[in-house]
Design a protein around this ligand. Sequence first.
Ligand code: ADP
Length: 492
Amino acid sequence: MPVDIEKIETRLFINNEFVNSVSGKTFPSVNPATEEVICQVQEADSADVDVAVASARKAFSLGSPWREMNASGRRDLMLKLASLLERDRVYLEELEALDNGKPVAAHGKSYGTHVDLNLVLQCFRYYAGHADKIEGKTIPIDGKFLSMTLHEPIGVVGQIIPWNFPLLMFAWKICPALATGCTVVLKTSEKTPLTALHACKLIKEAGFPPGVVNVLSGFGPTAGKAIALHMDIDKVAFTGSTKVGHLIQQYSAESNLKRVTLELGGKSPMLVFDDADLDQAADAAHVGLFLNQGQCCCAGSRLFVQDTIYDAFVEKCIERAKKIKVGPQFDESTTQGPQVDKIQFDTVMRYLAKGKEEGATVKVGGDRHGDKGYYVQPTIFTDVTDEMVIAKEEIFGPVMSILKFSTVEEVIERANKTMYGLGAGVCTRDVGRALRLAKSIRAGTVWINSYDVFDCAQPFGGFKQSGIGRELGEYGLFNYIEVKTVVIPIDK
Ligand code: ADP
């Protein structure tokens, strides 16, 4: 085992110090491949949230080192942090794999913690580049006035992240907040608290002033709820389930109307037409579903295939699914690790049973893999219909559901018949049709002849109940900015 378990940081990070929780309570972090406890982690609840918010508020106060810092200073700190993350990337990749279960894949592979770290570093550097380019406008109003807007940091931000890409979600959240000059109280998922705590060591080492970033480990209904209800938090950013997204919005309304951005669940359609390059489409559909053990909010989990090529395309999907190598995260040949924990494993197993019960055909897999660890066989269901539970609800596991369609009009209607709108894929060689579908599908991202092409320069987020707001890219900055109008007479 490459990570020295005795040396893992397990305390909360508040005001640039690692501290125990006020209550002294801890909770276990578990290796999903072995079901063994890795370590006990300090558990934050509302008392710790109060301390962390006070620290973030102080760091945001006028005259504080953070508020006095030049924008270029913020840029340089973020770049320094990126270099430190890069220095420690192998450790972080291994720690992430241990805690989450995703494979450590060598350089050049398109999955695993190495790819996650590439995206983390890209995110820090991308938003560092924005820090000194956040500019307002001058506005030609009537009369002899200069009217201008200042883009000010929104203040103390609460951020609640999930477990499927622990360090990457940490980066997606804190990078735009730091670039704009906000201060942060972030809660990691109780399933994967470890890598963010190592990143906190590096935040301190990089020289960020105390209180700018505070990180709490803990559970949703206690620490998470306390963040979303807090009267001294100006904005909350949440990534997780749609069910909890509703609660976050409610907590904001019940407390101080803090700004809310949400990145929630999905049941994204992937459409394959008979004129597509079928191998390219099968690769896209495969990645779009099986990436990260199927634990992606934008997973293309409703695969609609045109009837004229249905059987041939199903064969291609089967061929690819059979090549998946399920195994422990540190085995170099592994392409699919365990699901993140017992709760998720049990959920996926329930959906497998449901799919069979409802009459879908199991073409590959359909059961657990082995008898130890939270492994699920890569599964393909065919003969899936729109009404089946597996075609409507988010499974969040390696379970592909294939549906059949005949016409463009029909598939547009069926693709949109969902409360979600996060991602979509369209595979066709007909450019006009691809563009028509890109415009017709109500989703935040439409990948053409591809899937899961991520880059922190392009916005990501959901239509409908898949979320509010966009993360990443320049759009992502606006979640962390208040616009202030300043008017000055030009002459006396
Ligand atoms: P999942 O089921 O995939 O774990 P959740 O939406 O439950 O998704 O969790 C995502 C994040 O939201 C986690 O950090 C979790 O602790 C947090 N969370 C869960 N319930 C609440 C809640 N009631 N209030 C605030 N945060 C919550």
